[in-house]
Design a protein around this ligand. Sequence first.
Ligand code: GLY
Length: 371
Amino acid sequence: MSAAVTVEVGLGERAYDILIGPGLLGRAGVEIGKRLPGTRTAIVTDQNVAAAHLDTLTESLAASGVTPAVITLPPGEKTKSFDALQEVVDGVLAAKLERGDAVIALGGGVIGDLAGFAAGIVRRGMNFVQLPTSLLAQVDSSVGGKTGINSPRGKNLVGVFHQPKLVLADTAVLDTLPLREFRAGYAEVAKYGLIDRPRFFDWLENNWQDIFAGGPARIEAIAEACRAKADVVARDEFETGDRALLNLGHTFGHALEAATRYDSARLVHGEGVAIGMALAHRFSSRLNLASPDDAARVEAHLKAVGLPWRMADIPGELPNAEALLGFIAQDKKVQRGALTFILTRGIGQSFIAKDVPTSEVLSFLKENHPA
Ligand code: GLY
């Protein structure tokens, strides 16, 4: 018996299930065995996650007759590097795994992206299974097949699309997640409501306390977020169109992450996305695309859950508006003085705007800059 909810990512021959519920790490051996019978495995994880969850996973695999190789790396964004990739590739090859065997990612977004990239390139593409242990990884990075590492020239610049065969989102592991990290993941949950599911956003406004407390709404919120992402990925796997909507809040957010030099004491990715979503709504209202009431509603919700929602919420000084625009222009290609943004006509009505004048962005940044 399993209380898990199943969401299918409909990609034809490469379709796969996302299972969401408590205790799935302990069922990993059975669930992987059903889909990839007889496969051998290498687990890629980090030291913190290994201390908390590796035994549960290896015992579950052992009960299904599988003895995995284990590759344990230091925690943190620095692990999304060429050096760590080489270590994973070497560990998988040293374990003599074949193309039909599986790399298992046990961890958050860093481990999922790195292990997925290794699985995508070793022997020209091995089986891959995601066991995401952070809320952000469960609702975003483990779903949809984006994998990769950072280059010294920027984040996520080197990678491949490589879909997993299975995602097991064990919601019980979230009970021990630090509140700040849970909140940061929640920003990506709220994002799906703001993109195109206004009723989901209403529901989040009414149920967020239960989600944070670990009640039944938590599983439903993760499942709905995964359904939303699965829909977009099934429509546009390789981001030639609609998948860019998943970047709502990310243009301002990435610029703020770069402006704070990726210092997680000041700002983590999900917090950047939260401020970015609030700014995207406020900017849309300034451009007379959306009502200021919608921007205020987004800001109020982010504030209620304890997320930062304006630039002034970032500790320490920020570079000036011109410098922030510079970070945005570096992240995105400027074409004839215009930028591509995800803007909105209201809650759940976001769209891709390809012709946003940089002059409008600069004025907006000046108006909203805390200095
Ligand atoms: N995280 C955005 C995407 O998967 O496309």
